[in-house]
Design a protein around this ligand. Structure first.
Ligand code: ATP
Length: 566
């Protein structure tokens, strides 16, 4: 993807008007700058009568002969106007940049939230984090540099026009020289892109290493893994340091070359203009002013372009994430309604194979779960229990075969609607750094009475005794709960959704005997009110099930029917 393509994708149609306004402000600023340089001619003429130049000749033809006072006053007005335009340009540029970044973040986050589970589960969390945070920030920086580069290019064009009026030949030579310099720096911009890629990798690596260590900080400490965690993070810090320094060195060298080369060209041109062409001060001084102003601008243009090239890999990576997630978009299903699970849940010849895996996770699964019954999935680790539960939950669409509810196939258009009827309690109950009430309601409009009833049904009454009740803050920095307490809260959260299908993945794995007995009792109370799928090896839960389905290597190897399920 070229800079141009990346930028075109960045500027959403809604932001085109803002972009046009910004370019107009830049043009106005450049115009005042060019006029300022042109004013040097009447100023010099007022100071030294008889000094002319093309501008002086034009003014003569127009019968305009401003005096010193008028010229100086015009100067001040022009500078004041330019300052006002630049203030407006600065805030318009920032608003535009932040608008683009915000739109990009929203789009990327929406794309991730709406992507199907198979795609999401194959993504590395730290990569997505790095893209959503640092890489989008770098993209914003790239936009900022593109804006600055454009402003500089427009100013240079304004100065060029003024130069053509003041000293056409010298300006033409200078302009061609400037273009050659920009072309000569192409290799440097390519290097900047390569270093930008290195910086992106360093960011992602560091985020991965820090994220992994922080997520497992308990294990790190209990297994004495601090040295390993330190080494991993320090290697990430060093990679980041190296990538930043290498780029800075390149930038410094590039700018030094440009300044030295520019000074040589300026000196040469001035010498030719004075010694060979015998031009007077009215012609030479504006040219000197023009070059003295243009040279740093040329440097700034090259710098912005180089910075843009450096940020380009981040833009490409962000768009790759968006494209991947958008390609896996699940249909909205806001208006769709899934069957209520009044009769049965059925799997017909279901098969699942994950990308990159040589063997299928599930093969030829035929299973019927009558509504209101409870089945347990058992089998050795890796047998496919969680994968099968994901298919039941409508998280994973099978590669072959079908999931039907009351005879209706849950196709991609119905998958989200079906998930609204399902509550899934996972092995690791996730609690956010928020109040107990928010953690349970999770956006659902439920009152405190409903929350208390769900807590009781999930054998989680302990939560009602917390000093601040439902307002107690949990999670990071909040109240620390035991694994068993967290799982019971997760069950309460699931029950609040009044699901037609409740799936419990190793829901009692973190519980002590007493808590397990309480949760088993809670689940026994739920039997008949909803259809329940449990994954687990524990005897007490298995004893509750109407069917125990044993899986091995992705296939059903035995079904033990405890009650009449037909
Ligand atoms: N997102 C994924 N990508 C690739 N392979 C996967 C993915 N999820 C699961 N698998 C593979 O599919 C197989 C079944 O995994 P699954 O998690 O369903 O087993 P399980 O019976 O639930 O195991 P456990 O009891 O250890 O949780 C395993 O070989 C696993 O490595």
């Amino acid at each position: 993807m070229t800079e141009h393509n990346a930028l075109r994708r960045l500027i959403a149609p809604g932001q085109r008007a803002a972009a046009t306004g910004l370019v107009l402000l830049m043009a106005a600023s450049a115009l005042t700058e060019g006029l300022g340089i042109m004013l040097l001619v009447p100023l010099l003429a007022a100071l030294q009568p008889g000094a002319t130049g093309p501008v002086g000749i034009w003014l003569g033809r127009l019968h305009v002969d401003p005096g010193l006072g008028e010229t100086l006053a015009l100067f001040v007005v022009l500078i004041a106007l330019r300052s006002a335009i630049n203030v407006a340009r600065g805030s318009a540029a920032l608003r535009f940049e932040l608008g683009v970044v915000q739109a990009l973040r929203r789009r990327a986050w929406n794309a991730l939230l709406d992507a199907d589970w198979r795609t999401l589960s194959a993504m590395r969390r730290s990569d997505s984090m790095s893209l959503l945070t640092t890489e989008i920030d770098r993209t914003g920086y790239g936009i900022n540099q593109a804006i600055q580069g454009l402003a500089v290019a427009i100013t240079l064009a304004g100065l060029g026009i003024a130069g053509l009026a003041v000293a056409p030949l010298v300006t033409l030579i200078g302009g061609v020289g400037g273009l050659c310099v920009l072309l000569a720096y192409r290799r440097m911009r390519r290097r900047a892109a390569a270093l930008g890629e290195r910086l992106g990798e360093a960011h992602a690596g560091l985020q991965g290493s820090l994220g992994d260590s922080l997520a497992a900080i308990r294990t790190v400490k209990s297994l004495g893994g601090e040295a390993r965690a330190r080494e991993g993070a320090f290697a990430g810090f060093a990679a980041l340091f190296g990538a930043r320094m290498a780029y800075q060195r390149d930038m410094g060298l590039g700018q030094a070359g440009l300044q030295i080369g520019g000074a040589l060209v300026l000196a040469g041109l001035d010498w030719i203009a004075a010694a060979r062409w015998h031009l007077g001060p009215a012609a030479i001084l504006p040219v000197v002013a023009l070059f003295a102003r243009s040279l740093p601008l040329l440097g700034a243009l090259q710098e912005s372009w180089q910075n843009l090239a450096h940020a380009r890999p981040a833009m490409i990576a962000v768009f790759a994430l968006i494209d991947r997630a958008e390609a896996a978009h699940e249909p909205d299903a806001r208006d769709a309604d899934a069957p209520p699970l009044a009769r049965e849940l059925r799997l017909d010849r279901v098969g699942v194979q994950f990308a990159g895996s040589p063997v299928p996770a599930l093969t030829d699964i035929d299973l019927i779960v009558p509504a209101g019954r409870m089945i347990a999935l058992t089998g050795p680790s890796g047998a496919g229990k969680s994968t099968l539960a994901d298919v039941f939950a409508g998280l994973l669409s099978p590669d072959c075969g079908s999931l039907t509810v009351d005879g209706v196939t849950i196709d991609p258009a119905l998958r989200r609607a079906w998930r609204r009827r399902v509550a899934y309690v996972h092995q690791d109950a996730v609690l956010a750094a928020d109040s107990l009430r928010e953690n349970l309601a999770w956006g659902l409009p439920v009152d405190d009475l409903a929350i208390e009833a769900a807590l009781r049904a999930a054998a989680a009454e302990f939560a009602l005794d917390l000093p601040e009740g439902l307002a107690t803050r949990l999670g990071d920095g909040g109240r620390v709960l035991s694994g068993g307490e967290r799982q019971r809260l997760a069950l309460a959260r699931a029950l609040l959704r009044d699901p037609a299908l409740l799936i419990l993945d190793e829901a009692t794995s973190a519980l002590d005997a007493d808590s397990e007995a309480r949760i088993v009792e809670a689940i026994a109370g739920l039997k008949g009110r909803m259809t329940i799928v449990v994954i687990g090896h524990r005897g007490a839960l298995l004893a509750l099930a109407d069917q125990v389905v044993k899986l091995d290597r992705g296939a059903i190897v035995a079904i033990d029917r405890r009650t009449e399920t037909g």
